[in-house]
Design a protein. Structure first.
Lengths: 302, 328
């Protein structure tokens, strides 16, 4: 059980103790989130997947590049620790899936962080300053929106050569556009709130107002968007890898494994099934967490 | 006589809107001395709040502000945002009427209050916190230390309003603009806050502008009163002048529309017929003409100027009405 009796007692205890300390709206939201079983379950599953991706490649008897001639394209078996079978080069699929998880999750998180930082900064500044500055900044976003993602990344890759950091940069540089639009819209509505007006009236500087009064109040929808952006970016990376623009052999990612497995679906289906399952589970988890966060942060509940 | 701490000369605020130019404030003149309280009364939309918001540079994007406002002999109207930012909350503070939404929901009360002092007085957090606690004492927040660790939604409306007042007073401003500070509060809290303001006025020589439509508040707190109608000052004078010797028909009507303890309960309360004029279509002459019982031909064509009601100079009662000339 996710929400054990012990935990509940502990929380109630804490609530009584903290009766004086002041509960922020964020504390309330966390409380609501913790009551959402699907979301909390997803959090645990994600933690497990993350831990596996981090530690399995270190501990597993097979390395990701180790080829064994006895086992080529062999189905899953316990005997030689090939839990998920092996690929056409005799490499262990289990360790490759775990390693692919490392790469995919890192790309998902890193690109989102890039998008988050640029998007929130850009969006709040444009939305808060408004007027011509806003018009100019958002037209730049429109122009960049019109450029296809693939075009941009192909450009980057051909100029600088294939490189995992370019993938971070490329995906992040495209995804921040949507983030900036969302944040700008939120900022424009928050800007008209009385507490922002009163912050202006007590003479705070504009950067301080943006940091302390705007950002915390627009962050709710942003967090939800972030949880949905991470899986989107993992998918984007998979199709870049599929096209040979993303992660390069012998490194691997879920997207790359799936694209390779897809070619052998008739002869070695496990090559597709296992990485695809992990990708799907991760997607589900992020979506459940996103849903849970949206419910928890929904301003209508206040 | 001392120089006024703040004087406003021919302040005009216009809004460009799709329906034409709206004049929200029309050629306003007034001044205030240290330790004085000036009440601003008028119906909703008479330009009370707009006067002060625009004076502080908190204007809407489509507002056009002309005239002059001098604070300690420094022009503040249309001054640079940098200058205004240093003034706001420091030398000139404003209290807004809506306490429910005036504090940001994601910061603890203490942080929000500290910030003002850190910003304006270059204090460190510990010193700021000490000052804040002192100020909360002044506005009578019980268990102040505990409240500072709380978030706005955990406090009652009255308490939040007092926090807002404390925030406005933290830097010991020379001028306080109170925009209907007690409207959202119940009468007991209201009484306490008015008492507090009276005390502050006496002790710190702070000049207070009290914007309200509650004439009771004016009578209890203010020294002088400005009556506004459709963006213009129609009458100005001491509290006694306005309450006992109102000259303008609008002021008279306003006073008659307050329920009184000694009036006959079976009698209907007097109301002023009609509505205030639309700001895009203010009558040519006196703005009050369509609703005035005493209007005559000249009122429709000639705009009356604000002039001394008794032929005495300076700070005495002034009124903008043609009836006065007729009587003389």
């Amino acid at each position: 059980m996710i929400w054990t009796k012990k935990q509940r007692d502990k929380t109630q205890d804490l609530m009584q103790k903290s009766g004086d300390a002041g509960r922020s709206l964020m504390d309330d939201a966390i409380e609501r989130f913790r009551r959402n079983k699907a979301a909390m379950g997803s959090v645990y599953v994600l933690i497990i997947i993350t831990l596996l991706s981090v530690f399995i490649p270190m501990l597993w008897p097979h390395g990701i590049e180790d080829m064994s001639w006895e086992y080529i394209s062999s189905p899953p078996s316990w005997g030689a620790f090939h839990l998920f079978g092996t690929d056409g080069n005799g490499r262990d699929l289990f360790v490759r899936v775990m390693y692919g998880g490392r790469v995919s999750l890192t790309i998902g998180v890193m690109t989102t962080v890039v998008a988050l930082i640029i998007g929130v900064t850009y969006g709040t500044v444009a939305g808060y300053l408004g007027g011509r500055v806003d018009g100019f900044m958002m037209r730049i976003v429109d122009i960049m929106y019109a450029m296809p993602l693939l075009f941009l990344i192909i450009l980057l890759v051909t100029v600088a050569g294939p490189n995992i950091y370019l993938v971070f940069l490329g995906i992040g540089a495209v995804e921040w556009l949507t983030m900036a639009r969302i944040v700008r819209g939120q900022t424009m509505s928050v800007k008209r709130k009385e507490y922002v007006e009163s912050a202006v009236a007590i003479g705070l500087t504009t950067p301080r107002i943006i940091r302390r009064y705007i950002v915390p109040n627009v962050i709710g929808p942003v967090i939800v968007f972030v949880t949905l952006l991470i899986p989107t970016n993992i998918i984007v990376e998979s199709y870049l890898s599929f096209l040979g623009l993303g992660v390069q052999e012998p490194l691997t990612s879920w997207g790359l494994l799936i694209s390779q497995g897809a070619t052998q679906i008739n002869t070695a289906p496990w090559l597709l099934v296992f990485p695809a399952t992990f990708l799907a589970i991760t997607m589900f988890c992020f979506n459940f967490i996103g849903d849970g966060l949206r419910d928890a942060l929904d301003p209508r509940e206040r | 006589m001392t120089d006024p701490i703040l004087s406003v000369d021919n302040l005009t605020v216009r809004f460009k809107s799709p329906r034409g130019i709206l004049t929200a404030v029309d050629g306003l003149n007034f001044s205030i001395n240290a330790g004085e309280c000036v009440g601003i009364v008028g119906e909703s939309g008479s330009g009370k709040s707009q006067t002060f918001l625009n004076m502080l540079g908190l204007k809407a994007e489509n507002a056009e502000v002309t005239g002059s406002a001098r604070f300690l002999d420094e022009e503040i109207l249309n001054a640079s945002p940098h200058v205004m930012r240093k003034l706001r909350g420091n030398q000139i503070s404003m209290i807004f009427q809506d306490s429910i939404t005036g504090l940001t929901p994601h910061l603890k009360i203490g942080r929000q209050l500290d910030e003002v002092l850190i910003e304006h007085q270059n204090m460190n957090r510990a010193d700021a916190r000490r000052e804040v606690l002192e100020m909360l004492e002044v506005v009578q927040i019980p268990e102040a230390k505990r409240r500072l660790e709380m978030y706005p939604h955990e406090l009652s409306g009255g308490m939040r309003q007092r926090i807002m007042i404390a925030q406005a007073l933290l830097c010991k401003p020379k001028v306080l603009i109170a925009d209907e500070p007690t409207t959202a509060l119940d009468v007991t809290v209201q009484a306490r806050i008015l008492y507090l303001m009276r005390k502050l006025k006496a002790h710190t020589q702070m000049a207070i502008f009290m914007i309200t439509h509650d004439l009771g508040v004016i009578a209890g707190l203010c020294d002088r009163v400005i009556v506004m109608y459709a963006g213009r000052a129609v009458e100005m004078g001491t509290v006694d002048d306005i309450f006992y010797r109102p000259q303008h028909p609008y002021t008279k009507a306003l006073l008659q529309s307050i329920p009184r303890l000694d009036s006959d309960p079976s009698e209907r309360l007097l109301t002023i017929p009609g509505n205030p004029p639309s700001l895009s279509n203010i009558p040519v002459g006196c703005a009050f003409t369509p609703r005035c019982d005493f209007a005559f031909d000249r009122c429709r064509t000639d705009r009356p100027l604000l002039q001394s009601a008794h032929g005495t100079p300076d700070n005495a009662q002034c009124v903008a009405c043609h009836l006065k000339d007729n009587a003389a």
